[in-house]
Design a binder for this molecule. Structure first.
Ligand code: GUN
Length: 718
């Protein structure tokens, strides 16, 4: 076989992976997240499987790209082969049993195998037994095998699909037993297009258990026919339904999905693994993969997408190559592009822009755009049922704040973090209960400052102070392209970090639009005044008004981001003093000589200090609740979310160590990744405070990794 000439770089010296610690086998850890999208690490006997990842399909009879090269050059952690094909083929079976699958494929990383279910879908039946195929995978040393599930085609009747789900579930325990203690097992979720069946299958497979435990990974099965017809809307509907019930500590794999254009959207909705032979199959058909879609080699003058593989070749030169050389070269390009898009997705998770990437990629095909718009409709009008449950979880698990700039686009208002922030605003924000002059009546008017761009503490401060001096009982709001926001939240990003042309800030909004948005925030029926920026007036009361605005800002942030009731926020901040930076931003909030909190300059959030965490914890003397025992009815302001720590971990966390998964007994359902939380013992006494990295549901499942990044231990002696 002729390998393509490498024009850039050289084959790296990637050493063999280290096996995981025995106790970590099969554990999935979340390293970073952006809503439902996560960078994970599955611990295996052949190293970490870093997710999101694509498992390239390797056909042992036809190795278009050598597995060793996948490992070394393309950084592939794991590949997938079909154990049924190996089992059926005498020579391959003997070699695999004698030498093991890693040696047979010459691949040092994680080997995943499928079971023959897909062959039964294509050819009607397979001759292998349920335990037989799992035992075979175990005996050839596979890292993650697959049970023989029953393929549910989308065109089957509901009764037939129910049978696929039930029969797969009936085989689960036996298959888990056959896998033994060393091989991890895929537990596929079937159910066709029925969201309730998918959710039921997720439950059944998620709770199935054998002597050595449950499944390690949940692939979504039966979706190849959807992908062949570009039915992406149904694909994503199924993914959401499956994610509503599969345990959060297990990766979800989209069986047979591998087009790079689908990755950002699928990852944003919670897919962790993909597998596909597309890189090789498309290459054999002279087709070139790209995140923007597929291109045919025929007729190209220049490359519409480049890669290290294609550099130095013109399309014409490639067309003139022999068939094998050409398809090998294109397969290398296709794999390279696939890996590059996955790296881009992982980076987008790290910098919290996965949704923006999905939004951009949605324009790659009309089918994908249709699917994307369908998802936005679910966000806007959350349906009852498994899809709605998943959508709610996705929105609630998205950190509402962002550090960097936020690009304006037609879809910006439907980004999950912005929807979350706006939902928090309408649920938890309240107009001030008292005013700078000491009066405590209801608001006399709402003042909307328009035509000012951020930073508003400079551009709109004059107008805010002037209007408050004129009428102290005024609710001061700022006009933004995302709707009106309270002046007290002027430095909260993404509102204050919109990346857009300057003219956007001077855009005028119709009265109706403004009134509708104010209605959402409980400000209907209050007279509205619309005004523009002006200078800070000359008045001896300016200092008092500014101090009152500072306090409003702290109370409102505690309310919106930490769910502290405005009344509690007011009592905790009574007598507060702010220390400002040279750029006129509040950096520390003090009570006497106690530092209680700091506004976060990077995103406008709140960082509690230990004294503040103590005061806020004292507001709720009740003991915390175990997972699953939380009250159904919660108020709009249930207080700073609490995480109940297992006694064994108290001495460590109390001295400032992070809270690790597996040491948490309960967590409040309104816990939000990226936002403050309190860590308490069984009596509700403060052990530490920090930033939650997981949701309550995840804390109930995950057994490895950091659950709370601790800022301060409350039991420190210094
Ligand atoms: N490959 C593609 N789809 C499927 C499926 O539903 N089950 C299994 N086991 N493999 C697949």
């Amino acid at each position: 076989m002729i390998l393509p000439v490498l024009r850039t770089g050289s084959v790296s010296e990637r050493g063999d992976p280290k096996p995981c610690r025995e106790q970590d086998l099969g554990l999935f850890e979340i390293i970073a997240r952006d809503g439902a999208a996560r960078i994970g690490r599955l611990h295996t006997a052949h190293g970490h499987l870093n997710t999101p990842a694509l498992l390239p399909v390797v056909n042992p009879n036809l190795r278009t790209i050598e597995p060793r090269e996948m490992w070394e050059r393309y950084g592939v952690d794991a590949l997938i082969a079909n154990s049924y094909v190996i089992w059926k083929h005498d020579d391959l079976r003997e070699t695999a049993l004698a030498d093991g699958i890693h040696s047979m494929l010459d691949f040092p990383g994680v080997v995943v195998t499928d079971s023959g279910t897909f062959q039964s879908y294509v050819y009607g039946d397979v001759e292998v037994g349920i335990s037989e195929i799992v035992e075979f995978q175990r005996d050839i040393g596979v890292d993650i095998g697959t049970m023989l599930d029953v393929f549910g085609r989308p065109d089957m009747s509901r009764e037939e699909l129910e049978e696929c789900v039930d029969e797969t579930a009936r085989r689960a325990e036996q298959s888990l037993e056959s896998a033994g203690s060393e091989m991890l097992l895929n537990g596929p979720v079937q159910g066709g297009l029925h969201e309730d069946l998918r959710a039921r299958a997720g439950n059944l497979m998620g709770s199935a258990s054998g002597e050595y435990g449950g499944f390690a990974v949940h692939p979504v099965g039966g979706i190849v026919p959807l992908m062949e017809k570009q039915r992406y809307r149904e694909l994503f509907e199924i993914l959401l339904a499956v994610r509503s019930t599969t345990p959060s500590d297990r990766p979800v794999h989209l069986f047979g999905c591998g087009h790079p254009m689908l990755f950002p959207m699928a990852i944003a909705l919670g897919a962790d693994l993909f597998d596909s032979a597309a890189y090789a199959i498309f290459a054999r058909d002279d087709r070139i993969l790209s995140p923007q879609g597929t291109f045919k080699l025929e007729g190209l003058t220049e490359w519409p997408i480049h890669s290290a593989t294609l550099f130095g070749h013109t399309p014409e030169q490639v067309r003139e190559m022999g068939t094998e050389e050409r398809s090998t070269l294109l397969a290398h390009h296709n794999l390279e592009i696939t890996q590059a898009e996955l790296a881009r997705c992982r980076e987008a998770i790290r910098d919290s822009s996965i949704w923006q990437l999905a939004e951009r990629r949605s324009h790659a095909s009309p089918h994908l755009r249709d699917a994307f718009e369908w998802v936005l409709e679910q966000f806007e009008d959350i349906p009852d049922g498994p899809v709605g449950d998943s959508v709610l979880e996705l929105l609630a698990s998205t950190d509402p704040l962002r550090k960097g700039g936020e690009r304006l686009s037609e879809d910006i208002g439907a980004r999950p973090h912005i929807l979350h922030l706006h939902a928090l605003l309408s649920l938890r924000w309240r107009p001030p209960g008292s005013w700078w002059d000491g009066s405590g009546t209801g608001p006399e008017r709402v003042v909307l400052i328009e035509g000012a761009s951020p930073p508003w503490r400079h551009s709109a401060m004059g107008a805010a102070i002037a209007e408050l001096l004129e009428e102290p009982s005024s609710v001061i709001m700022l006009s933004t392209p995302l709707g009106p926001i309270p002046f007290s939240l002027e430095d909260v990003s993404p509102w204050c970090h919109l990346d857009c042309p300057e003219e956007v800030w001077s855009e005028e909004y119709e009265d109706e639009e403004v009134t509708e948005a104010l209605f959402e925030m409980g400000l209907a029926d209050i007279p509205l005044v619309r005004t523009g920026p002006r200078e800070i007036p000359d008045s001896e009361d300016v200092g008092v008004v500014r101090a009152w605005l500072d306090r409003c800002s702290v109370v409102d942030k505690l309310s919106v981001l930490c769910s502290v009731s405005p009344a509690d926020g007011c009592s905790v901040t009574e007598g507060m003093v702010s220390r400002r930076s040279r750029t006129d931003r509040v950096v520390n909030v003090l009570l006497g000589d106690e530092h209680i909190l700091s506004p976060r300059l990077s995103d406008g959030g709140i960082s509690l200090a230990l004294a503040g965490a103590r005061r806020l914890n004292a507001l709720d003397p009740s003991p915390p609740a175990l997972f699953g025992e939380q009250a159904d009815e919660v108020s709009d302001h249930p207080g700073v979310p609490r995480v109940w720590l297992l006694d064994d971990a108290i001495p460590f966390v109390g001295r400032g160590r992070n809270v690790m998964h597996g040491y948490v007994l309960g967590a409040d359902p309104h816990l939000t990744p990226g936002q403050p939380c309190l860590v308490v013992d069984g009596n509700g006494a403060l052990v530490a405070h920090g930033t939650a990295l997981s949701t309550a549901r995840e804390m109930a499942h995950l057994k490895k990794g950091v659950a709370v990044r601790v800022r301060d231990g409350a039991l420190r002696e210094d």
